[in-house]
Design a protein. Structure first.
Length: 161
């Protein structure tokens, strides 16, 4: 059974292992595959983020955060990032985390959600966001250096909450 909850200090080692496994391929996130633990945990847990953990039978298998996309007059639009343990891909975990995060963002007072950097070749993510009502509102040419495909476009995706 999947449980989604606010992350705790004790989750950090498992979240690091999850992040490490996701970025190791270099094909969906901008982080270098050899990024170190301290750097990535510091990034994932900045004070402006609400960080969540997804567990399956007590094992951490996913994490995401929600934060304002911009400060001040842009703070009503949420931004978020998601990671699912690669071994659990294709089992609907990302979708459940996404649905939870949309409700949570609304509960936190956000009126919209925007993803600034969805790698175009990450078809699973693009499909999920489309299915959940996000629109592609922009495309940035050659913004991501994909290790196999070379320079790849990224999407900006948006949805009102």
């Amino acid at each position: 059974m999947l449980t989604i909850r606010k992350s705790k200090e004790r989750d950090r080692p498992a979240i690091w292992e999850l992040i490490r496994s996701v970025i190791s391929t270099g094909d969906t996130y901008v982080f270098e595959p050899d990024s170190d633990e301290e750097e990535m945990i510091r990034y994932w847990f900045t004070s402006d983020k609400h960080v969540y953990s997804a567990e399956w039978d007590g094992r951490l298998i996913g994490t995401f955060w929600i934060k304002p996309n911009q400060p001040g007059f842009g703070s009503h639009v949420a931004n978020a990032a998601y990671m699912v343990l690669p071994a659990m891909a294709g089992q609907g975990i990302g979708g459940k985390m996404a649905e939870f995060s949309i409700d949570e963002a609304r509960r936190l007072g956000f009126t919209a959600m925007q993803f600034n950097f969805v790698v175009k070749s990450n078809e699973a993510a693009v499909h999920l966001w489309d299915k959940l009502g996000f629109e592609i509102i922009g495309e940035i040419p050659d913004a991501f250096r994909h290790p196999k495909l070379g320079l790849t476009n990224v999407y900006i995706m948006y949805r009102r909450l």
